[in-house]
Ligand binder design. Structure first.
Ligand code: NAD
Length: 490
């Protein structure tokens, strides 16, 4: 099996999974995958085109009747077996995810791969309990809601939580009986490939899940534009989401768009300061700040501002940027050279806009084989003017801004003052304030006195430019099915 010994191997060829077969792109072209820790080439992936998407779509359509006929129990068994196989190989998956993405191996072991397992288990069992509604009209008629799979659906995912977000989409899509044409990010395709090697063993019929590797501009665009792919579940950048909507909306496709964020963290003076500091450190810099849910604008009530800022900066300076496979590294590498340049360009912009860099702000050069890796020192910026680009645009790296606020209303105005509305965090001991502020925040997800505590049953998604629709729990099962009302006269 490729990547059998992930530590020792550096160069591998990944393959598409189409109709149960692992195969290169039809045109035989390849593109490189890099290892962020060292900057070296890690693998090649098929540079697929619309031809490969067409093959995948034909295979998916052909597989629909058999997958549907397996019934929810049968499909559930396959997904549970897939979860078991990933879990049995957790270490191999975690090492590959860390190598491909640059994230600390400890994080991949603790979060990414366990969550991919949980995604399959959750939706494999959710489908067993998924019930349709009935509406009785007294003695006139009874309505019942028939929920059928859509058919062939497209799932497109980003690089920051590769297997975690890939499985978050394909698990519910498959559980309800769809067949899938999926595209992982071309920047981090390795664990999706490893997953594709397990599908047959899990008992998944050929064609049910097809994974087509390649660029967004070719493969992603071909999935979105394909006339027989009837729904698109997309997670990625807001600009890409807008392009997908432009193409898919006139084709009347069902669309779920999970997009960017610029999440505020509101720290009120009455909070548990130690806990707020500990968690803000995590919510700012976990995965090098490359989580859509990371808080990137820390707003602190003036009475505790200086104390909170000084203690936070002191803690940030102690964070270790290092080899992702070293358990003592708090931050690994950012995902690509281009992304590193983009993040650093925002630090420069922040300074031009009047911001002061309190710590970090530069590329970190490690020794030896890691000297060409893409590392950035965790960065805190203060003194930015309101409405500046640094505080309006998504940076998606280990860079946060910090600013004071006076009263609750001021905090809310500042928090809501971006085009985004994905997540927000509130730190306070005042329950009434927590409720009030949570209800007034323009965000799809609000955490009070915690961060990234996830119950997979809850609706997940954003407002404004952070997206359209919700994933998670019953929302995902509903998205991936078509509702039909059947009205029967009594
Ligand atoms: P991206 O938009 O560049 O790419 C995401 C995926 O879309 C990739 O697989 C890419 O190949 C594909 N793609 C690119 N162009 C396409 C096109 N024209 N048609 C179809 N597919 C196309 O995003 P990224 O850089 O991979 O990921 C980072 C972004 O994802 C950030 O903005 C982050 O906030 C966002 N994100 C959001 C969530 C969420 O749940 N809201 C979660 C994680 C990441």
């Amino acid at each position: 099996m490729p990547f059998e010994n992930a530590r020792a191997r550096t160069m591998e060829d990944l393959l598409n999974l189409i109709n149960g077969e692992l195969r290169p792109a039809v045109k035989g072209h390849w593109m490189d995958v890099h290892r962020p820790a060292t900057g070296e080439v890690l693998a090649r992936l098929p540079k697929s085109t619309a031809d490969d998407v067409e093959l995948a779509c034909v295979a998916a359509e052909a597989a629909l009747p058999a997958w549907k006929a397996m019934g929810r129990e049968g499909r559930s068994q396959v997904l549970l077996e897939l979860a078991r196989l990933i879990e049995a190989d957790l270490e191999g998956f975690a090492q590959l995810e860390s190598m491909d993405n640059g994230k600390p191996l400890s994080l991949a072991r603790k979060v990414d791969i366990p969550r991919a397992v949980a995604n399959f288990r959750f939706f494999a069992t959710a489908i067993i309990h998924f019930s349709s509604e009935a509406h009785l009209m007294d003695d006139v008629a009874v309505n019942w809601t028939d929920r059928q799979p859509i058919g062939v659906v497209g799932c497109i995912s980003p690089w920051n939580l590769p297997l975690y977000l890939f499985t978050w989409k394909i698990a519910p899509a498959l559980a309800v009986g769809n067949c899938v044409v999926a595209k992982p990010s071309e920047i981090t395709p390795c664990t999706a490939f490893r997953l594709s090697q397990l599908c047959a063993q899990a008992g998944m019929p050929p064609g049910v899940l097809n994974i087509v590797h390649g660029s967004g501009a070719e493969v992603g665009a071909a999935i979105v534009a394909h006339p027989r792919i009837s729904a698109i579940s997309f997670t990625g950048g807001t600009r890409t989401g807008a392009e997908i909507a432009r193409v898919a909306a006139p084709m009347f496709k069902k669309l779920s768009l999970e997009l960017g964020g610029k999440n505020p963290v509101l720290v009120f003076a009455d909070c548990d300061l130690d806990e707020a500091l500990d968690t803000t450190l995590r919510s700012s810099f976990t995965n090098q700040g490359q989580i859509c849910l990371c808080g990137s604008r820390v707003l602190v009530q003036r009475a505790i501002y200086d104390q909170f800022r000084d203690r936070l900066v002191e803690r940030v300076k102690r964070l270790r940027v290092g080899d992702p496979s070293d358990p003592s590294s708090d931050l690994g590498a950012v995902v690509s050279h281009d992304h590193m340049e983009k993040v650093l360009s925002y630090v420069k912009l922040a300074q031009e806009e009047g911001g002061r860099v309190l710590c970090g702000g530069e590329r970190v050069r490690l020794d030896g084989a890691l000297s060409k890796g893409w590392y950035i020192a965790p960065t805190v910026i203060e003194g930015l003017p309101e409405q500046c680009r640094t505080d309006q645009e998504e940076i998606f790296g280990p860079v946060i801004s910090i600013a004071p606020f006076d009263e609750e209303a001021d905090a809310l105005t500042k928090a809501n003052n971006t085009p985004y509305g994905l997540a927000a965090v509130i730190w306070t001991r005042d329950v009434q304030r927590a409720h009030r502020v949570a209800r007034s925040l323009q965000a799809g997800i609000v955490w009070v006195n915690c961060w990234m505590v996830r119950d997979l049953r809850t609706p997940f998604g954003g407002v404004k430019q952070s997206g359209v629709g919700r994933e998670g729990g019953v929302e995902a099962l509903r998205f991936f099915t078509e509702a039909k009302n059947v009205c029967i006269k009594l």
